[in-house]
Structure formats: structure tokens, C-alpha cells
Design a protein around this ligand. Structure first.
Ligand code: HSE
Length: 438
């Protein structure tokens, strides 16, 4: 049988990794896929032939549309990233009847509904394992391995750059910018690193995870997104005193009235395994009704870890080439006509616990004013810590952990606390999740 032919869009970090892994492991891959897989055509404006042994034996075009329109290519692998021209290229590949593999989380999160509908019409596959958590096979795990379950919630450390920065700041007291530069040099950070820091990259990935977990359309515009730029070393240290770590989490839960979909820094108990996922590593914790909690851990970025997921998708496509389109695994795990319109909750309606840090005048009655406001709002305090004032300072930091409350109530209480004359500046609020797995 002839080998299946692949056209590669991009020969950068992930494209180069894909080229090398496919070539290096070709013999083993044939045994798994049942067919040879050959990259015949790639597109790249520039590339380093030293890093790509064998590249001289294939066609390399500077125009990506030449690959998409190449009649000899069966599967197009999109590793350019970004929204455009990736969207146009993928839609063109589908229109040309080609299967698509992509690592592009931004593309799937924003344009996945349109892309999957086009693929459905054409009877072609679009595989996107590498779009979430790099080398961790989390899409396959949720879509296929957990298919018997109702997923209750899931949470993930799904941006390696942010986790690397928080870890280095905590362990080595390093400067934010200095760590970010290192992450960029190592090829972890996005082309625009604010996507990492502000949580946009994690929101792209969470959008995809929520869809396949709950069978809902992709709704990136409904994700609440908060970055890590305001987290101080003091917050990290106070959290540790209470037995918590601060992680930048993507979190989605099926609540009574709708689905929570949020990315923000979060305190989590340090005894949870996921709290100990450090550096550039990613992890996703899924709580499902039949299996209980399951945790998936691995490299979330980098050349060959991401290539591992890309190549696995190519092998999957090759294996299913002979299956009728209606018998394939659905793109978003649920049959397209069975997607649910359950609403995504506004952040005001989300329920969570909180870490609060405020700076108060050091005089009698201040603490009771604060606790009265919280008490009147029905917010129960779980723990409280007041530090002695720094030498010569008239203000003291007060740190509190609260029980779970609706965000709307907490916002109102924070507003009242900030309006007290004895409270200085804004109240720092970091959400807290216990991640109970019982
Ligand atoms: N910038 C991403 C990260 C790369 O740091 O996790 C993988 O999506």
C-alpha cells in the first residue's frame, strides 16, 4: 500500500520536531499505523537545514497555499499558529478534501465551530491533540478514555510559561521579566508573550477542554480571564503560610445553572498533587462521576513533546482513513447534533472561596469593621492572619481566607471594605479552590 502523504505548514519549533520525530521513528510508526507516512511537501519562509536531516529530499515552498493545493498531499499539518492565515489555510485544505492536523489552540478556540462544520460537510477529519497541554494526550483521554462518564469539573495548569514564571519566582526569588526571557529562549512562550501572562493562551485551551468535557460549542468569548501580573512574592509567601500554592489555573465546572469557564490565579492546597506541578510542566485534573479524579501530567510545550501529539494525530487520521465519516470519533466528543446549549455562567454567578489581602491602619476596631462587612454579606471567614507593621509603618497587612461565596456578594463586600477610611488601596483578591475529589 502506498504511504500516506503529509504536507507540513511550518518548520519552526513544532514543525521541525514533527519532521524529525516522524523520520526518526518511521519504522515503529508504520507498525502502529499500518501504512507508511511520508512528509512530501513543507512550507516555510525560512528554516535551518542543519536541524532537519533529510529535508533536502522533500519540496519546500515559501507559499503555504502551495502545500494546501498540492493534489499529492493527503493530510495537511498546520503548525504556523495564530488566527490568520491559519484559518484560511485550514478551510482551504478541507475544501480540497484533505484531512487536517493542527496544534493551533487559538484557531480551534475561536474558529473551531466553523472549521468542524466544514470538515463534517466534506467528511474529513480535523485533529487537534497538540492544541492543549502539548504532549499530554488529554483530548484523547477526555474524548475517548472518559466517554462513559459525566464530567463534573476539570482544572489545569495549561500554560507552561506562566507556571515556569510562578515556580521560579517562588523557588528562586527571580525577577518576572528575567524568567519570561528564559521561557522565550527555550521556545515555550507564545509569539506574543502577553498571551501567556494574561491567561489568553490558557483560555484558548480551556475553551477546547470545556467543549469536549461537556458537549458544548466552543465559546472563547465567554471565558473569564485574569493574568498573573499582579501576583506578588508576598502573596505567594502568605499563601504558603496557610498551606496553599498559587497556580494559574484554567477551571471549568458544570454548576446547577450553567457552566463555569474561568482562568485566573488560584490558591490550591499544597497537598494536592497538581499543586506540585512545577516549571514548564502542565497537568490537567478531571473529576468525573464514574472514574472519580484522574490526573494527567507532562510537558505542555516544546519541540518534540508537542510533536509527539501532532504525530499521534497523524497516525490516528491514517488509521481511520478507511472508516466511514459517521463512524469516526466526533470532533468535540459528542455528536454534532447533540451539542448542548447550557449557558456559560457570568463571573458574578460563579461560586468560589477567596484569599483577601488588605492594608489597614493599625488601630482598634479596624478588624471588626472588616469582619462585620463580611458577616453582613453572609461571607464566612476560614482563617485570618495579621502581620506586625513593618518598621516605622502605620499600616498592617491583614490576610484572610473565606469560605465559598458567590462572586457578586464578594465584589459588593470588597467595595465596602475599600471605602473604609482605615483601609489603604485596593484589596488583593485571589480565588481559592479546594479541589475536593471525594
Ligand atoms: N506558550 C504555551 C505555553 C506553549 O507556555 O504553555 C504551548 O501551548
Amino acid at each position: 500500500m502506498n504511504p500516506v502523504t503529509v504536507g507540513l505548514l511550518g518548520l519552526g519549533t513544532v514543525g521541525g520536531g514533527t519532521f524529525n520525530v516522524l523520520n526518526r521513528n518511521a519504522a515503529e510508526i508504520v507498525r502502529r499505523a499500518g501504512r507508511g507516512i511520508q512528509i512530501t511537501h513543507a512550507a516555510a519562509r525560512e528554516y535551518d537545514p542543519e536541524r532537519l536531516p533529510g529535508i533536502e529530499s522533500i519540496t519546500v515552498s515559501s507559499d503555504a497555499f502551495a502545500v494546501v493545493d498540492d493534489p499529492a498531499v493527503d493530510i495537511v499539518v498546520e503548525l504556523i499558529g495564530g488566527y490568520e492565515p491559519a484559518r484560511e489555510l485550514v478551510l482551504k485544505a478541507i475544501a480540497n478534501g484533505k484531512h487536517v492536523v493542527t496544534a493551533n489552540k487559538a484557531l480551534i478556540a475561536l474558529h473551531g465551530n466553523e472549521i468542524f462544520a466544514a470538515a463534517q460537510d466534506k467528511g474529513v477529519m480535523v485533529a487537534f491533540e497538540a492544541a492543549v497541554a502539548g504532549g499530554i494526550p488529554i483530548i484523547k483521554a477526555i474524548r475517548e478514555g472518559l466517554a462513559a462518564n459525566q464530567i463534573e469539573w476539570l482544572t489545569g495548569i495549561i500554560n507552561g510559561t506562566g507556571n515556569f514564571i510562578l515556580t521560579e519566582m517562588r523557588d528562586k526569588g527571580r525577577d518576572f521579566d528575567d524568567v519570561l526571557k528564559e521561557a522565550q529562549k527555550l521556545g515555550y512562550a507564545e509569539a506574543d508573550p502577553t498571551f501567556d501572562i494574561e491567561g489568553i493562551d490558557a483560555a484558548h485551551k480551556l475553551t477546547i477542554l470545556a467543549s469536549i468535557a461537556f458537549g458544548i460549542p466552543l465559546q472563547f468569548d465567554k471565558v473569564y480571564t485574569e493574568g498573573i501580573g499582579h501576583i506578588t512574592r508576598e502573596d505567594v509567601a502568605y499563601a504558603e503560610q496557610f498551606g496553599y500554592r498559587i497556580k494559574h489555573l484554567g477551571f471549568t465546572r458544570r454548576a446547577a445553572d450553567g457552566i463555569e469557564l474561568r482562568v485566573h490565579p488560584t490558591l490550591i492546597p499544597e497537598r494536592r498533587l497538581i499543586a506540585n506541578v512545577d516549571g514548564v510542566m502542565n497537568a490537567v485534573l478531571v473529576k468525573a462521576d464514574a472514574v472519580g479524579p484522574t490526573l494527567y501530567y507532562g510537558a505542555g510545550a516544546g519541540s518534540e513533546p508537542t510533536a509527539s501529539a501532532v504525530v499521534a494525530d497523524i497516525i490516528d487520521v491514517v488509521r481511520t482513513l478507511t472508516a466511514d465519516p459517521e463512524n469516526r470519533v466526533p470532533h468535540l466528543a459528542f455528536q454534532p447534533q447533540a451539542l448542548s446549549d447550557v449557558p456559560i455562567l457570568a463571573m458574578d454567578d460563579v461560586e468560589t472561596a477567596y484569599y483577601l489581602r488588605l492594608l489597614a491602619t493599625d488601630k482598634p476596631g479596624v478588624l471588626s469593621d472588616v469582619t462585620r462587612i463580611l458577616g453582613d454579606a453572609g461571607i464566612s471567614i476560614e482563617a485570618i492572619l495579621q502581620k506586625e507593621p513593618a518598621a516605622g509603618a502605620a499600616e498592617v497587612p491583614i490576610i484572610m481566607l473565606t469560605h465559598t461565596v458567590r462572586e457578586r456578594q464578594m465584589n459588593a463586600a470588597i467595595g465596602q471594605i475599600e471605602s473604609l477610611g482605615s483601609i489603604h488601596g485596593a484589596v488583593t483578591r485571589i480565588r481559592l479552590e479546594h479541589l475536593d475529589c471525594d
